[in-house]
Write a protein that binds this ligand. Sequence first.
Ligand SMILES: Nc1nc2c(ncn2[C@@H]2O[C@H](COP(=O)(O)OP(=O)(O)O)[C@@H](O)[C@H]2O)c(=O)[nH]1
Ligand SMILES: [Mg+2]
Length: 359
Amino acid sequence: MRKRRVFRILVFGAVVSVCGWMFFAQGLEKFVPVSVLPAAAPTLSPGMVDLDANKANNCPSVLSQSASTHFYADIIRNRSKHGINYYEARHNRPGEIQDTVVILTPISNSVEDLPRYFRNLCSLDYPHDKISVVLGEDSSRDGSTFKIAQDAVKLVEPYFHRVEAVQLHEEWSRPPVSKHEQTIQVDRRKHMARSRNKLLHIGLRDEKWALWMDVDLAYIPPDLIQQMISVQKHIVVPGCIFVNNDKTVDVYDKNTWQETNRSIEFQQDQSKKFVMLEGYNGESMRRYLPSFRKDGNMYIKLDGVGGAALLVYAECHKRGLIFPPFVYEHHIETEGFAKIAKDMGYEVIGLPYLEVIHG
Ligand SMILES: Nc1nc2c(ncn2[C@@H]2O[C@H](COP(=O)(O)OP(=O)(O)O)[C@@H](O)[C@H]2O)c(=O)[nH]1
Ligand SMILES: [Mg+2]
């Protein structure tokens, strides 16, 4: 009798633990629900840029901040004065988020960009021992990008968890026209998709997040990583702007957008192979991320993303989320990536008040 009672208690305990584990595992999978985020816009906060906040992270002194960093930091500070500091709004304290991140950066003919790129990385006040960096090179015509990247890796290696430069062997010979010439976009972007996929395959290990970052950004806010992670969504993108000589600002990244009824209807009339490119053929039918700043929402849903700064929950990549080097719902590369992500059930989110500056 007593034995049977003990047996029953043991069976009950086992059932409870299995159910508990399943619930926990499912929770992990589904991520933190939107409801944990503040529903309304939080109060305005002062500027978020603290260039001295990085003392603990130490970097070689040759990579300390330059005058241009301060110039751009001022612009971002002014723009964020009237906006929302997402990170503070979520009440995260410095050091509170400790997830591992791998920064993946495709490079080609990047000799001039690399010093500023590493200065930007050194300015990050996210714990550097949680950050890995992998640069993936191909198709350079300058003969020295990979060598310079290797030298830079040696210099910064001691200050991050892992830093590597790899050759992707994905050669593309670019026609002798401007890289933004419309006629080469499909080929160029298909090539970029292949390079990104190879870099992903080589670069991602067991990190929790992959942060895609272009080498030619002029400025990134020091708290870029924690701001993006704190959103707790599968895919998160900040705005990417360009600063003119007179300090006025334009949208740089035209691949980060939300569809409109008009753009959706337009696509329905196109053949399956049609590739829809942004930034050409007059006014866009989409809404670019910076245009949402006037609406006052901390984050918005996106349908297309660019790769200048793009945070991806690594598990999504591991489950098959790639950059299509083929036409997927009228898009390729990063925009096609967003389309696939949405079809896989992942949330694609833009932060209108968090911005990086393209060089
Ligand atoms: N591996 C590789 N990286 C490239 C290639 N072309 C550009 N990149 C890198 O990809 C990122 C985006 O390219 P970029 O030319 O700046 O494009 P845009 O600013 O979006 O028009 C940058 O980090 C470039 O250095 C290429 O052919 N191969
Ligand atoms: Mg660029």
